[in-house]
Design a protein around this ligand. Structure first.
Ligand SMILES: [Zn+2]
Ligand SMILES: [Zn+2]
Length: 120
C-alpha cells in the first residue's frame, strides 16, 4: 500500500516529485500547486497501478523521461559549441519566407543558429 510519508509521484506536466496523499476514503491523489494539476485515482485498478509505479520503476522512468526531454530540447550551438535549452524566445525568423528558421544561440557576441529541422 502507498505510504503517504515517503512516496511520491511526478507531476505529469512538470515532472516535479509530488507527495502522494490520501483522501479520507483512502484514494491516493497528487496535487501540483505550480501547474494546478490535481490527479485523483479513484478506481481500484488505477490505485494498484499507481502504487506499483510508486514502489518500483517510477524513479528510473522519470529519469528516462527527463533524459528524453533533454535530448529533445537541448541544442548545441554550431558556432561556439555551447549547449543551450530550446526557448521560444530564441526563435529566429527567416525573412525570406517568414517561417521560423532556427533557434538562436543565447550567448552574447554569438550569432549561431540551430536549424529547427535539427531537432524534432
Ligand atoms: Zn507540475
Ligand atoms: Zn553560440
Amino acid at each position: 500500500m502507498i505510504n503517504a510519508d515517503t512516496k511520491w509521484f511526478p507531476c505529469p506536466l512538470c515532472l516535479r516529485p509530488l507527495d502522494v496523499r490520501m483522501t479520507k476514503r483512502k484514494k491516493p491523489y497528487v496535487i501540483c500547486s505550480l501547474c494546478g494539476v490535481q490527479m485523483f485515482v479513484r478506481e481500484r485498478a488505477g490505485i494498484e497501478t499507481l502504487s506499483k509505479l510508486v514502489e518500483q520503476g517510477i524513479k528510473a522512468d522519470v529519469l528516462t523521461r527527463i533524459g528524453q526531454l533533454e535530448q529533445r530540447y537541448r541544442l548545441t550551438c554550431p558556432d561556439c559549441t555551447k549547449p543551450f535549452w530550446v526557448n521560444p524566445e530564441l526563435t529566429g525568423t527567416n525573412w525570406l519566407n517568414g517561417k521560423v528558421s532556427g533557434y538562436r544561440c543565447p550567448e552574447k557576441n554569438c550569432s549561431g543558429v540551430v536549424p529547427t529541422g535539427q531537432h524534432s
